[in-house]
Design a protein around this ligand. Structure first.
Ligand code: SAM
Ligand code: SF4
Length: 352
């Protein structure tokens, strides 16, 4: 380890890796599985084929990789998927990663979940050091929930959210905006989140995976794309929204809802370029490191990991080399004629 950032690995607070555009990489999102108990229409095909086990990193490999990133200065880890809480043994991994919170090497360990397993795991998550979770919830209507997720049950997710709250976890709700699907419900969602004390973030649907009906990807169509500028205009008919200058380090822009005191966030990858402040990279469950959600360039860390099981220096060098290739930004376009995705891989592979 000849270089300054890496020699500082021996110290308790390593210098962060900095990409070619001066952005310090502090945030790693890790997809721990491509599997899920739901089949949301915008995310997966109904008859989704999942990866063979041998291609997926073991829990030990995931722990080692996360440890390497923490050594390079990553301060925040978010586990995602697929559905992270359906991976067997996931709580062991979370507990082991939670030790980095105890040592002060990590500021936050969190996850994005569909909420279906939260009644089972909320208390254990809190005990492992998790303090906040993002739960995806696109509707409060049981039938519509079933239609969007294809196999989810709204009641179990609402119970999971209640269990998380009771365990002391802060819950943020993520809601994908879908024209003609949940556009009539946005006021109810704002009211419900305001009442229950959850931040609510709306997400523009992204053209990931094959969008054609019957393909391997989700079946969201170009006509379901609902720009958040329009969603916000709808909200403004009933709520007083005041922009907040806060940044959570992520791509969401927040506004205060005067009537509830709650916060509403807007993630607009399609219409707003937030790349200039991007401090994150994404690791898939197969060990591919994507430096940008919207670009295809990736580094195969599984090959490095399996090629040199005891050589952390090789792993750290591979991470450093990858960060040096982080692109300036992305350019998602929904092509309405071809209905082709701008990026062919699914969100369940890269991790949302
Ligand atoms: N299963 C977990 C969940 O649903 O929260 C974690 C993984 S999921 C892929 C992460 C987030 O990505 C979810 O909030 C989901 O709604 C969002 N998502 C999936 N496909 C999307 C798409 N095509 N466009 C926008 N958001 C998407
Ligand atoms: Fe599963 Fe999350 Fe994708 Fe829905 S969005 S299918 S819950 S991974």
């Amino acid at each position: 380890m000849a270089d300054g950032a890496l020699t500082s690995l021996a110290n308790s607070a390593p210098l962060p890796l900095v990409d070619p555009y001066g952005r310090s990489i502090r945030y790693l999102r890790v997809s721990v599985t491509d599997r899920c108990d739901f089949r949301c229409v915008y995310c997966m095909a109904e008859d989704m084929t999942f990866l063979p086990k041998a291609q997926v990193l073991t829990l030990e490999e995931l722990e080692r990789l996360c440890g390497a990133f923490i050594q390079t200065g990553v301060r925040k880890l978010r586990l995602t998927g697929g559905e992270p809480l359906v991976r067997r043994g996931i709580m062991d991994l979370i507990r082991r990663l939670g030790r980095h919170l105890d040592t002060g090497a990590l500021d936050e360990l969190t996850l994005t979940t569909n909420g279906s397993q939260l009644t089972k795991y909320a208390a254990e998550l809190h005990a492992a050091g998790v303090r906040r979770v993002n739960v995806s919830l696109d509707t409060l209507d049981p039938d519509r929930f079933q239609a969007i997720t294809r196999r989810g049950e709204l009641a179990s997710v609402l119970d999971g959210i209640a269990a998380a709250k009771a365990a002391g976890l802060q819950v943020k709700i993520n809601c994908v905006a879908l024209r003609g699907v949940n556009d009539g419900e946005v006021h109810d969602l704002v009211a419900w989140c305001g009442r229950d004390g959850h931040d609510l973030t709306f997400i523009e649907v992204m053209p990931l995976g094959d969008m054609d009906e019957g393909g391997q990807g989700g079946s969201v169509r170009a006509d379901q794309y609902w720009p958040l500028s329009m969603l916000r205009a709808e909200l403004a008919k009933r709520w007083t929204l005041t922009d907040l200058p806060i940044s959570t380090g992520g791509p969401a822009r927040y506004a205060r809802v005067g009537e509830t005191g709650g916060r509403v966030g807007f993630i607009t990858p399609m219409t707003h370029n937030f790349c200039e402040s991007c401090n994150r990279v994404r690791l898939t469950c197969t060990g591919m490191l994507y430096m940008c959600l919207g670009q295809d360039d990736a580094a195969d860390l599984r090959a490095v990991l399996r090629g040199a099981p005891d050589d952390d220096a090789a792993l750290l060098a591979a991470i450093k080399e990858a960060i040096a290739r982080k692109p300036k930004g992305h350019d998602f376009i929904i092509d309405r004629r071809r209905k082709a995705p701008a990026v062919a891989r699914h969100m369940s592979v890269t991790g949302g």
